[in-house]
Design a binder for this molecule. Structure first.
Ligand SMILES: [Zn+2]
Ligand SMILES: [Zn+2]
Length: 130
């Protein structure tokens, strides 16, 4: 059955997203799995990621530099995006600032997703004068 034939790839793709705390692109997942699964196509990766997203198995934090970034964390949370290396980092210990919603009054606020941008610690270290 078609479902069976694809389930091994499906599992590998899902496992790949769940094994990293980074926010990978479809291309990254493809590059990771291609050596183990030589007949894997980028289209299969894209297709499965969009199904996982619909099923709520993985999250997507949006598009950075024209590439959708997927992640294992499906709860709304705060991100930091590096302007230099495009790293997407989950900001821990920060509750969504739902109180800000009281000031906008457009409706009932349920989530507030905040994104910080800047230069990540790693990039800052690399560009610091020695
Ligand atoms: Zn960076
Ligand atoms: Zn995230």
């Amino acid at each position: 059955m078609a479902v069976h034939k694809h389930s091994k790839k499906r599992d590998a793709i899902l496992e790949c997203i769940r094994s990293t705390s980074s926010h990978p692109t479809a291309e990254w997942v493809y590059a990771q799995l291609k050596p183990q699964i030589p007949d894997l196509s980028l289209g299969t990766v894209y297709r499965n990621l969009s199904i996982f997203k619909q099923e709520g198995l993985i999250g997507s934090m949006g598009v950075v530099d024209g590439m959708e970034r997927f992640e294992r964390n499906t709860e709304p949370h705060t991100h930091f995006i590096c302007n230099h290396c495009s790293a997407v980092i989950d900001v821990e210990d920060m509750d969504p600032p739902l109180h800000l919603g009281r000031q906008i009054g457009c409706g009932n606020v349920e989530t507030c997703i905040l994104t910080f941008t800047g230069i990540c610690n790693q990039c800052a270290e690399q560009s610091a004068p020695a």
